[in-house]
Write a new protein. Structure first.
Length: 46
């Protein structure tokens, strides 16, 4: 009987992880504004 291999996920340390520059981050208001627009467009098309 074969034992399945488990997937191993390589962990990246915080020092090596690339961070998004502050200027490229979206505010909470921008995110939910886009989300609200998409939801409204979806329900308008039903």
């Amino acid at each position: 009987m074969r034992v399945p291999r488990t997937r191993r996920i390589a962990k990246v340390s915080n020092a090596k992880a690339a961070k998004t520059p502050e200027s490229e981050l979206m505010t909470v208001e921008e995110y939910f504004g886009i989300l609200r627009k998409r939801v409204n467009e979806y329900y308008d098309n039903l």
